[in-house]
Design a binder for this molecule. Structure first.
Ligand code: G6P
Length: 595
């Protein structure tokens, strides 16, 4: 949530900084702004809406600056207007600040400060504190001020009093600093820092001072600290390629994402290097935790594991687990799924698991993300940078990871050789069944049927129920159509009363053993006039259904990987037909770094 970017360089850095926040726009796009030092004075330009609006205004003003910070906002405190947009400038015009995170005690601090606030934000309070406590040394001031703050923050600050420095501090919210030939940079996302020779991922209570040719990092005692240098891999975060939208591009990348993930973990030995056999053997319970789409990947993960193994498995929403009084037993292994590796609720749940002394696994898409440092064992999905807010290729890669991980468990526990390899081969074959050209035509066709709906339903049993949940979330996120996913058998216990002859119902029937029961549920819907769009690979009588989507007859165990791609494409086309931007749905952000 909220993106921050800053750079201090040898020449005008304003274009670099604008490019920097553009790459972070998926974190929020309510408003954006830059703060810069020009002729030793702090100046600011802000605009409401997407970064393109800010760029137009910057083009008009044409600032030249060697030291600049920028922000793209996802509003937490106060409306998305110009006054609440970052950066904030102090009353004396000496300091300028951008903030990602939430200051939890801002109301209390505001009361104590007893001065005039221009915005409704929590962030402005930090600036006022800096102004109050400034001791002609920003680093020392920042350390002092940080002791008063409760909550999460990544801060980037520039000052006309120390114009050759850019100051950074971090607590909880992700923050990376990096060095390039053109200068030094700060960014709220490791994937967004762009071209750097190397970077440092800051830790809690780190304070960094960036100058044109170097970075010094300190702890709260003002002692210099040495962090591990990290080589940042090239990321195509700003490149849509031949596609109009990131979401479309990312769906088309699904077969590659599956293959790349499988290539990393296609042998028993590759798994053993990450997760020792002894840990697997000791595991009696597994709890899988995540938020949003990652939670749904975990629900599917549970079904995949249960198909193979006799282990107790539970799913938990991260935001619920952190307040749960349930203390998992000692031999519980916890698996945390997060595309970004930065979701605040998931990270908090992970920290709680560690406090309980449990072993923890992370499944994440982002190298060197916070989750990868905290979990005991980390598996990477190699989906590549996912920019569109609605997760697509990352979800399918997470499912692939669960198929592989479950077969590793089975191989260890049941002493069966070759399971990981055969699962890897199966997944590679399945990825060939994702015929995007065909799926795209089909999805566009279905989207034309449903895009004017106010409300619709999706039903399925077992694996298909999870597919319904994730498909429904996708549609809601980017088309704003109300969609509810129901376990097919549960429909008759209430929700069926909402079905009339204008209601579309997607029914997923991909499991042979459940066909009869699921068909009865489909008939219950049809009897009430519902327009059923049926997805199945089986030859079913389809006289009364509105539309039949005939799936390829693949091993049904892997069907969730294929069906969701069609549903993602349907959601995408509905969004486009409604003239919305599927990459930037209202009120959402990709990386939710606040609780
Ligand atoms: C946000 C995004 C969702 C995502 C969820 C979890 O809500 O809008 O698309 O599934 O966060 O994100 P994570 O990075 O932890 O997978």
């Amino acid at each position: 949530m909220c993106g921050i970017f800053g750079m201090i360089g040898k020449s005008n850095v304003v274009p670099n900084v604008l490019g920097g926040i553009e790459g972070l726009e998926y974190r929020g796009y309510d408003s954006a702004g830059i703060g810069y030092i020009e002729k030793n004075k702090v100046k600011v330009i802000k605009q409401v809406g997407e970064i393109k609006n800010l760029k137009t205004e910057v083009g008009r003003v044409n600032p030249v600056s060697f030291n600049c910070v920028a922000h793209t906002r996802w509003a937490t405190h106060g409306k998305p207007n110009k006054t609440n947009a970052h950066p904030f400038v102090s009353t004396n015009k000496d300091f300028c600040l951008v903030h990602n995170g939430i200051i939890e005690n801002y109301a209390e601090l505001k009361k104590q400060l007893n001065c005039k606030f221009l915005s409704e934000t929590d962030s402005e309070v930090i600036l006022k504190l800096i102004e109050k406590y400034y001791c002609e040394n920003m680093l020392e001031t920042l350390v002092k001020v940080s002791k008063l703050l409760k909550g999460s923050y990544a801060l980037a600050i520039i000052s006309s009093k120390e114009p050759d420095k850019l100051f950074v501090s971090k607590m909880v919210s992700p923050c990376v600093v990096g060095i390039s030939a053109d200068g030094t940079k700060v960014c709220s996302d490791i994937n967004g820092i762009g071209k750097v020779d190397y970077s440092y991922v800051l830790e809690n209570n780190n304070f960094a001072v960036l100058t044109v040719d170097g970075i010094k990092i300190y702890n709260e005692k003002l002692e210099q600290v040495k962090l591990k240098k990290i080589k940042v891999e090239k990321s195509d975060i700003n490149n849509k390629g031949k596609f109009d939208y990131f979401m479309q591009k990312e769906i088309y990348e699904i077969p590659n994402s599956v293959n790349n993930t499988v290539n990393l973990y296609q042998t028993f030995e590759q798994f053993e290097k990450v997760l020792p056999k002894t840990i697997v053997k000791k595991t009696k319970n597994i709890i899988i935790v995540g938020c949003g789409t990652a939670y749904h990947a975990g629900l599917m993960g549970r079904k995949i594991f249960e198909q193979n193994l006799n282990i107790n498995i539970k799913n938990e929403l991260a935001s619920e687990f952190i307040y749960s009084k349930f203390v998992p037993p000692k031999n519980t292994l916890m698996i945390f799924v997060s595309q970004s590796g930065e979701t605040a609720d998931t990270l908090k749940a992970l920290k709680i698991a560690k406090q309980y002394g449990l072993k923890t696994i992370a499944i994440t898409n982002v190298k060197n993300s916070s989750i990868s440092f905290i979990a005991d064992y980390c598996f990477y999905t190699l989906a590549g940078a996912e920019v569109a807010v609605a997760s697509t290729k990352a979800y399918v890669s997470q499912l692939s990871m669960f198929y592989l991980l479950a077969s590793y468990f089975k191989e260890v526990i049941m002493d069966k050789i070759g399971l990981v390899e055969s699962t890897a081969n199966n997944l590679k074959n399945i990825s060939k069944q994702i015929n995007l050209t065909k799926f795209n035509i089909l999805a566009n066709n279905v989207a034309n049927d449903i895009y004017l709906s106010q409300s619709l339903y999706m039903i399925g049993r077992n694996f298909d129920y999870v597919t319904a949940l994730e498909s429904s979330l996708k549609l809601k996120e980017i088309s704003y159509i109300h969609s509810e996913a129901y376990a097919s058998g549960e429909l008759k216990h209430g929700t069926i009363s909402l079905i009339d002859n204008n209601t579309f119902v997607f029914a997923f029937l991909t499991e042979k053993d459940l066909l009869e029961k699921s068909l009865s549920n489909v008939n219950e819907v049809i009897s009430r006039g519902g327009k059923v769009i049926l997805l199945t690979q089986y030859n079913l009588k389809s006289d009364n259904v509105y539309k039949l989507i005939k799936l390829n007859n693949i091993d049904e165990f892997y069907m969730p990987i294929v069906v969701i791609v069609i549903m993602q494409l349907i959601a995408f086309h509905v969004s486009v037909l409604k003239k919305l931007n599927p990459d930037k749905p209202r009120s959402l952000a990709k990386s939710v770094t606040v609780e």
